[in-house]
Design a protein around this ligand. Structure first.
Ligand code: G3P
Ligand code: CA
Length: 269
């Protein structure tokens, strides 16, 4: 299913590997997107934040503690916030062992390293700007990195990239800076509020626990900023039963830690 056609056809929803294939490899590492690629998944999702010295890195939590060995390497630096460590310090951390000894030595990628690998793998990206209130200016910096890595040319912008955030301000900022880029708002605004979001977001990306047939229909009834029906990618759907339920609601995409489980439910069961 292509994202462009999904909303107006009977295509199955697009499958997006959440933080990479994060049930099989440590989330948001290069190993996780490689794993997704090997399983045959083109679309991946990630989370972008900023270091103390202004480098963009790919990691979900505001703290390094859950997904790295930072507590061992820097025991005196609690609560181990990403924004309080330099890129060189973060590059020393092991971001794989917490998940499995098999992944010892995996690193927290910089956005530049990550984009390089996504390109190499011929993948497409739903990029989340995470905790933007902690990182003033991160939208412009993210766009700069994407541009440097060749991701803001017309072909990429049309087919390979969505930028999303839980912060409406952040999504609005991305849309204002680069109106050609496809954007997503993470959350479940009321149906009455949807038209306001449709001015700057092409997608409303809601938790699967919050959506209904009526809600998905209300999204599809609106046009996004590019004059196409508003879309919905729902998260985080990790079971066959939930896959069938959200597919029945008519979602355009499914963001999942277990893309293989979702694909099997969509195409084989
Ligand atoms: O892409 C949707 C999903 O990633 C939003 O939640 O907390 O996993 O970033 P979270
Ligand atoms: Ca995310």
């Amino acid at each position: 299913a292509s994202l462009a056609h999904a909303a107006v056809s009977t295509d199955q929803p697009l499958v997006v590997a959440h933080r990479g294939a994060s049930a099989q490899a440590p989330e948001n590492t290069l190993a996780a997107i490689d794993r997704a690629a090997r399983l045959g998944f083109t679309w991946v999702e990630n989370d972008v934040q900023r270091t103390k010295d202004g480098k963009l890195v790919v990691i979900h939590d505001a703290s390094l503690a859950r997904t790295t060995d930072v507590e061992e390497v820097f025991p005196d630096r609690a609560p181990w916030k990403v924004k309080d460590f330099t890129a060189a310090e973060i590059a020393r951390l092991d971001a794989g062992s917490w998940f499995s000894p098999r992944y010892e030595g995996a690193r927290v990628p910089t956005l530049k390293q990550y984009m390089n690998r996504v390109s190499h793998n011929h993948q497409k990206l739903v990029l989340e700007i995470k905790n933007p209130e902690l990182y003033p200016g991160i939208e412009r910096e993210t766009l700069k990195t994407l541009s440097n890595e060749g991701w803001l040319g017309p072909a990429h912008v049309r087919r390979k990239l969505v930028i999303q955030s839980f912060s409406a301000d952040s999504v609005r900022t991305v849309h204002a800076l680069r109106p050609d880029i496809k954007t997503g708002f993470l959350g479940t605004p009321s149906i009455a509020e949807l038209p306001a979001y449709a001015r700057f977001a092409d997608q409303i990306n809601s938790s699967h626990t919050t959506i209904s047939l009526g809600y998905v229909a209300a999204i599809h009834a609106l046009e996004g900023p590019h004059g196409k029906p508003l879309e919905i990618l729902t998260w985080t759907v990790d079971t066959a039963a939930d896959t069938r339920r959200v597919t029945g609601l008519g979602v355009d995409g499914i963001i999942t830690n277990k893309p293989d489980v979702v694909r099997k439910a969509l195409y084989e069961d």
